[in-house]
Every structure is written in structure tokens, then in C-alpha cells.
Write a new protein. Sequence first.
Length: 371
Amino acid sequence: MSVALYDVVIEGAGPAGCAVALELLRRRRRVLLYDRGLPGSGKVCGGFLGPELRTYVRSQGLSSAWSRLGLEPIRSVAISGPGTRELASNLPGDGGYACDRDRFDRWMLDRTLEAGADLSAGTLRTDSRRTGGLWRLQLSGPNRTIEVHTPVLVAASGRRQPARLAGRQEYFAVRTAYEGVRGLDGRVALHFVRRGHVGLNPTGSGRATMCLYVESECLRRYGADLDGLMRELRAVNPALEAALGPAARTEGWRSCRAVPDGVLRFGQDDVHYAGDAVTMVDPIIGGGIPVALEGGALLGRLLAAGGTAHQGSITRSYAREWKRRFLSRVLVAAALGRAERSDAVSGAIFGLLRWNPGVLGGLVRLTRAAP
Ligand SMILES: Cc1cc2nc3c(=O)[nH]c(=O)nc-3n(C[C@H](O)[C@H](O)[C@H](O)COP(=O)(O)OP(=O)(O)OC[C@H]3O[C@@H](n4cnc5c(N)ncnc54)[C@H](O)[C@@H]3O)c2cc1C
């Protein structure tokens, strides 16, 4: 079997893996990405992209391909709770964008392949090992196994499932699309339901991506009848009912288990982590993709500058800079996620918003990157 040598091998060709790769390729490193699935094949995601995306695309010199993303501009966010009326606030700065998540992942991968990355379909076999400062990796694909050698291995393979969820309620997310949704012109909506939310993101011409994030208990009651679950949620939230009243579902349901874990991990056993593999940004703020892109670019720059000799010092610099740039946003997202899961706290927040709707703008600003 022939053996290929790479400067860096990256597990996972999602936004984070591509962002690490793009930085390395700009500095003429040889990069292989491998992925167990076809990127762009139906991730469960709200599809909201913050204004940070534009900054990232400019910094990578990718602006000429911007129009191919097919983004819808978003200027404001609306929220509602069970039995409350809808409140809205403008997004800070340039606002944000609604994207088709499959198209976005495919766009990132295409840019990375154009920049010179190699891509392999497959997963790592357990007999892969590190000896003499070199990873000897066996990658098992659908038709063949290849051997590649590299001094640097990056895991950008998305969020981890924790070993156990001691006493914690599990959360699930489902995604579908509707047409004929009302009140979403340039606006993303978060309709809170009991211990969860329904996110609606416009994708143009009255169409919207819907992402529902609820306790597994809620799904268990309805089994496969997710339209039945939606009827129950619409009955408790009048603003959600008003938005979806005339709408028709246009796609099947896709589901995933979403695990907020609160653990940070930057490097371990000579593997560097990127994107959700570092930590998951609670989906409530729709902010995971910018953190995956900017954090991935940061790791790529440090790996390119640091060479192969000092993996530990690269990890320390990465952890320090990552925390400086992203930790406050991640903690705000975690706090809002916790609030959503507590009837008492979410009730108090909606009480505060009824008393002073201006508080919403402050909360929204806390969830976005500083300009
Ligand atoms: C319900 C929900 C809604 C969300 N909504 C938003 C939103 O609106 N806006 C936003 O910005 N963020 C959102 N996020 C977060 C966002 O989806 C993630 O932050 C983002 O996908 C992280 O990118 P990543 O590259 O780290 O991981 P991923 O996108 O998960 O990519 C990981 C890649 O690794 C591959 N892989 C996994 N395991 C292996 C393996 N063993 N071997 C080889 N390949 C492997 C996978 O196939 C995948 O292609 C949401 C998350 C959830 C759960």
C-alpha cells in the first residue's frame, strides 16, 4: 500500500475543519481532510449566520464567491414566549444572514478544495498510532483503506456525546422547512415554548427553515408525529400560531441529539481540537458557525506558524487566544440555554421584557461578537 505524507490531517470537513485547512493552505501546507459523511447532507441547524461571517469571508479573500452563498439578509430578531406577545429588536451592526446549511457547508468545502486540500471519505481505524513524532493513520473509506502519515492531527469532527448525562434532561433538535410563513421579512424569530424553542429563519419567498429544540421527553410523547407536537406548541404560543397559521411544511423532518456539554478541550494526546469539538455553543444564540470558522482559522494560523516541534505550546497559545475571543459569548449562550430550561428563570426574563422591552436589545448584543 502506498503511503501519502501531509503536513496536517483533519478529521471532519465541516466549517471548522475547512477553516483550519484554508489557513494552512494559504501558507502552503499540504492538507488532507477526511469525513465520514458527505458534507452538506442535512445537518440539523437553525441556519442563522451572524455578521461575523462577512468579516471572516473578507479576511480569507473569499468575497468574490460571496454571491454563491445565496444568503438572505436579516436585520432584526423577534422573540415570544408561551402566552406572550412578540417583541423585536434590531441586530447590532450589519445584522446577520439566513443560510441554507447544506449549501453553506458545500460552499466552504468547495473553497477549501479550490485552495488545494485533498479530501477522503472515511473514518480512522483504531490501529492508527503515533510513533516517533508521526501519526500513522489508516483511513477506511467505502471502497478502500489508505495509509497517511502526518506530524499534526486535528479533530474537527463536531460535538461529542457525553459518556453519561447524570440527572440532566437530554435535548433533541429537529429541522424542517415551511412555505407561507408570516412576519419574517428580514427577521429571524425565536418562539419559546415550555423548556425549548422554535427558531424560524427566512430563506426567501415566504419560505423558512424551522429548527425545534426541545427536551427529549417532549418528543417521546409524540413519537414520529412531529406535526402533532407542533400543533401542541402552536396552541401555547400565539405568536408561533400567527407565524405558522397559513404555512405548509415542504420538507421531511431531520433530527439530531444536541448535547450542550460545557467542557472546553483544545488539545489532548497530540490531537488539536477545532469547532464544536472544542465546545458546543448553545444553539439558543445561533452562534456556533462563526466560532467554528474564526476558532478554526486561529488554530490554522498557530499550526502554520509553530511548525511541528512544540505541540504543547501551540495548544497553550490556542487556548489562551480562543478564550479571550470567544469565552464570553459561549458563557452568555450557556446561561441563556440554562434559563430556557428553567420555567422560573424564563418566566422572570419574560416578565422583565414585558416591563422594559428595551432589555431585549442588550441581550441580543451580548450574544454577538464585539464589532
Ligand atoms: C439544533 C442546532 C441548531 C444550530 N443552529 C445554529 C445556527 O443557527 N447558527 C450557527 O451559527 N450555529 C448553529 N448551530 C451550531 C453549528 O451547527 C455548529 O456550531 C457547527 O456545525 C460546528 O461546525 P464543526 O465543523 O465544528 O462541526 P460539524 O458541522 O458538526 O462538522 C463535523 C464534520 O465531521 C464529520 N465527522 C464526525 N465524526 C467523524 C469521524 N469520526 N470521522 C470522520 N469525520 C467525522 C461529520 O460528518 C461532519 O461533516 C446549531 C447547532 C444545533 C445542534
